[in-house]
Ligand binder design. Structure first.
Ligand code: C2E
Ligand code: CA
Ligand code: CA
Ligand code: CA
Length: 279
């Protein structure tokens, strides 16, 4: 037993050491990666359910690492949230996103708005509004072209601070989306006080919906509540036709999900956008 125990720890140590080394490698190369434009903005189209028109997109970052290869955000975002680099990366993504919106406007595509992720650390940055306005002005866009996705858990963590920040951003004209709604603990009472424009339902909701029939009532209830609050609803993680028809029945406004499209690199997204602009 003693031998096995030792062996177990040896394996565990190796695993831990490898993870730490990998984290260190990521930390050592992140600044350089930003300068060398290794971070790419992918776009996942968002559709209006009513007419299935493309109305927007969510900007999602990817890292094309020279040694580690294609990296999805789960591989580096949590680390960047810990080491603080996320604020820098987010600003980069917002800038690249606005540059894209401007480019598409100039090329005559149907004007769309794009949602960007705003991490918890960004909310606590006193310069957030100034930074966003500076980017918007750099490209001559209306703030409403940029939707700011803030995760539900950030709202519950520090409601007072977030209400102040978000109220200000809305006054400036930005559109606020509450991301991952239903994943956390936002009480209905608090929801009513939240200055938001759009509720983005947590993916697990949609994926449970078809599996567990008793969750259907809850989803309908949330959508009715959103309507009462004059807030529109986006469902993400929609993978099947059944999920789409169900969401349509209960009055959900927009969808995003693999059923329509995965997050796409710029050129592929532009093919969809130009096809839609001809409709
Ligand atoms: P999120 O903001 O909740 O983004 C939605 C995630 O669901 C994306 O994962 C997207 O690719 C995935 N997804 C979309 N449709 C479907 C579907 O039909 N089925 C399934 N199973 N998944 C779907 P992704 O791109 O890997 O991003 C993961 C998370 O990383 C994001 O979750 C977001 O929290 C974070 N993230 C991504 N880009 C950024 C960024 O630029 N800044 C910050 N702060 N966070 C980011
Ligand atoms: Ca999001
Ligand atoms: Ca989400
Ligand atoms: Ca159209």
């Amino acid at each position: 037993i003693k031998g096995q125990y030792g062996k177990y720890f040896a394996v565990y140590d190796d695993k831990l050491r490898n993870e730490l080394l990998k984290d260190q490698a990521i930390t050592d190369s992140m600044e350089d990666a930003l300068a060398k434009e290794q971070f790419l903005v992918y776009l996942q189209p968002k559709y209006r359910i009513k007419d299935e028109n493309l109305v927007g997109a969510e900007a999602l970052v990817r890292w094309i690492h020279p040694e580690l290869g294609f990296q999805p955000p789960d591989k580096f975002i949590p680390l960047f949230e810990k080491n603080g680099f996320i604020t820098k990366l987010d600003q980069y993504v917002w800038d690249k996103t606005c540059a894209l919106i401007k480019e598409w406007d100039d090329r005559g595509f149907t004007p769309i708005s794009v949602s960007v992720n705003v991490s918890r650390a960004d909310i606590y940055n006193a310069d957030l509004a100034d930074i966003l306005i500076k980017i918007i002005n750099k490209y001559g866009l209306a703030p409403s072209r940029l939707h700011l996705e803030i995760t539900e858990s950030a709202y519950t963590e520090n409601p007072k601070q977030i209400i102040d920040t978000v109220t200000h951003l809305r006054e400036l004209g930005f559109i606020i989306e509450m991301d991952d709604f239903g994943s956390g603990y936002s009480s209905l009472n608090m929801l009513n006080e939240m200055p938001i424009d759009i509720l983005k339902l947590d993916m697990k909701f949609i994926q449970n919906e078809t599996a567990k029939p008793n969750s259907q009532g809850i989803l309908q209830f949330i959508i009715d509540l959103a309507r009462w609050m004059h807030v529109s609803v986006v469902a993400e993680g929609v993978e099947t036709k059944d999920q789409l028809s169900r969401l349509s029945e209960i009055g959900c406004d927009y969808v995003q999900g693999y059923y329509f499209a995965r997050p796409l690199p710029k050129l592929e997204f532009e093919k969809l956008l130009s096809a839609d602009s001809r409709k």
